[in-house]
Structures are given as C-alpha cells and as structure tokens.
Design a protein around this ligand. Sequence first.
Ligand SMILES: Nc1ncnc2c1ncn2[C@@H]1O[C@H](COP(=O)(O)OP(=O)(O)OP(=O)(O)O)[C@@H](O)[C@H]1O
Ligand SMILES: [Mg+2]
Length: 338
Amino acid sequence: MTVVKTPLIEVRGLSKHYPVGTMRRKRLYAVDDVDLTIGEGECVGLVGESGCGKSTLARVLARLVDPTEGKITLSGADIASMPARSFGGSPLRRDIQVVFQDPTESLNPGFTVFQSIADPLKRLLGGTSKDIAEMVFAALDDVGLPREYGTRYPHHLSGGQKARVGIARAIAVKPKLLVLDEPTSALDVSVQSLILHLLAKLQKQRNMSYLFVSHDLNVVRLLCDQIAVMYLGRIVEFGPSNSVFYDPRHPYTRALIDAIPDPARKNTARIKLEGSASSPIDPNQSACRFAGRCPAEITICSQTMPLLTARDDGGLVACHRADDVALRTSAQAGARMS
Ligand SMILES: Nc1ncnc2c1ncn2[C@@H]1O[C@H](COP(=O)(O)OP(=O)(O)OP(=O)(O)O)[C@@H](O)[C@H]1O
Ligand SMILES: [Mg+2]
C-alpha cells in the first residue's frame, strides 16, 4: 500500500532551457516540463544516464539556478518566481540545502571546518557566537566527526571526512529538504556505504525530505521511498521504489535495471541500451524522447509524445507500451531473480 505523505515541495511544468550557438536561437532542453512532488520526510531518488538533466533539475529545484518556466511550491509558497539571488537571501533558503558531488570542490580551502559550518548558520539563522558554536558542534556530533576537527582545514581531511563536513554544513541550519547530487560518487567504495548509512540515519532522525540524485539504482532502491527516472530532460517513470525496480513499465527503466551487473540474471531476457541518447537541442516535441533507441518502439512512438499516466500501483509512466504485459513479465522475471 502506498502511504501518501503531505507534500513538502511540488514542482509543476518545470523547464530549464539553455540558449545555444552564437545566434542563441536554438535551445538545449536540459529539463523539460517536469512534475515532481516530494512529501514531508520522504526520500525521492532521481536516476538516469549522464547528461539527462538530473543535476540541472536538482539545482533548479534548490533554487541555485532560475527555471525557464514552471512552478515550485515549497510549504505552500511559490519559490520559482523568486530570482535565485533573492531566494538566497530569503528565510526559505534554510529550508532547502544542497550536498554536492565533490566534497573537495564544495568546501572553501581557506575555511576551517568550523568556519565552513558556521558560515551558513550566521547568514541564515544568526545568533550569538556561543549559539553558533553550539550549533556547529551539534552538527559535527550528528555526522560523527570529533569536535576538535573544527580547527582543521579541508586539506587535512580524508574524502569521507570532507563529505561529513559537507553534510554537517547542510544540516546545521535544520533544512526541510536536502538535495543530494551524487553525494558519494567521488568517494572510495568503502567510505560510500558509511556515508549512505549516515544519510539514512539523519533522514529518519530529523524527518527530512531528500532529493537523492544517483547513477546507482541499487542504492536508490535501498535508500529512497520513490524513484524518478529521467530521460533527456523528462521524467519517464515515477513511483514507489520497489514497484519501479521490480516492475518497471518503461523500457528505459528496464534497460537501466538490466544494466546492473548481476550474474544470477545471466539467462533472462534483458534490454540493452545501444548508442547514446539523441540530442537535447530542440528535441522533437511530437515524439517519445526514447524513440529511435527503444527496443519496444511502435509507430505511434515517433508521432506522439507519451505523457505521464497513472500506473495501477500509485506510480506514473510515460510510455505508449507501458501496459504491454509481455514486456512487463520478462522484466519482472529478471528483476525477481536477483
Ligand atoms: N549552464 C549550462 N549551460 C548550457 N548547457 C548546460 C548547462 N548546464 C547543463 N547543461 C546541459 O544540460 C544537460 C543536462 O546536464 P546535467 O548536468 O543536468 O546532467 P546530469 O544528468 O546531471 O549528468 P551527470 O550524470 O553526468 O551528472 C546536458 O546536456 C548539459 O550539457
Ligand atoms: Mg549531474
């Protein structure tokens, strides 16, 4: 049974198009007409191939970048119409914090750990030096870093410790939503699982919502309540993690799952992704974005863009062949054997 959570952030018709070329008449559709809802205390995973628009969507949603079009409602307030700069100075900024992919690049090398965590606290919450220090130390405790690390600079820290500082800085202001853009992909495998466990623990403890961007569908399945699958700027499938993972209805989702190395599934039918996605510059708005690459393609796919429609289990899928039982059955057989 799907538990419907109170929406924290609602995205409707969100697009981010970049002008390209010297004449700037062409447009790159990095994010195109995206609807997404993240509930209070809910973790939504965002997956898709490189270049499909995950980071752009994450950055627009976190209001680091202005959208071209669309609405973003956070706790009832429309934040899409606010320019990114004014949002940065508004009280709502503390509600959405971001953890970036590369902990080294995201920390100021000239700041100590204490200064890095204290900086957003001073800007967004204020208070006496004593208040700020208490909040910094509480954040260090929460991410499992000894308080004496406060005096260290980033170059004194390991990758995992830098990742912990990045998380401490983001959670110190007590956000409602953490946007995590591949937070562990720059880390050693041994450290990745420690950081993932920490993120899972913090989410439960604080009932935060997460938008968790990742290439790793297995991690997303374990950590997230819902999975959103993105292809060339659009969400093509969305739903409860287990439904999307074990009963994918979109051939692209199925291909992503089939690409997960798993010797136990050697003999099952798989969808293999051939070639690369077509160009995101002025894409055909009358065709499925996956047309031309989709093994289940039929005539209508190159004539009409499929829109997200309800699955029977609370999810959504944008595919003309979503109800094809034969396609579904072989995907389920493959996934359940793992
Ligand atoms: N500032 C920008 N100006 C122009 N094009 C951009 C800009 N930022 C992103 N893009 C383009 O938008 C598309 C989506 O990029 P984005 O970084 O969001 O993808 P991604 O899914 O995060 O990829 P990855 O998995 O490699 O991080 C790409 O075609 C990219 O080249
Ligand atoms: Mg990215």
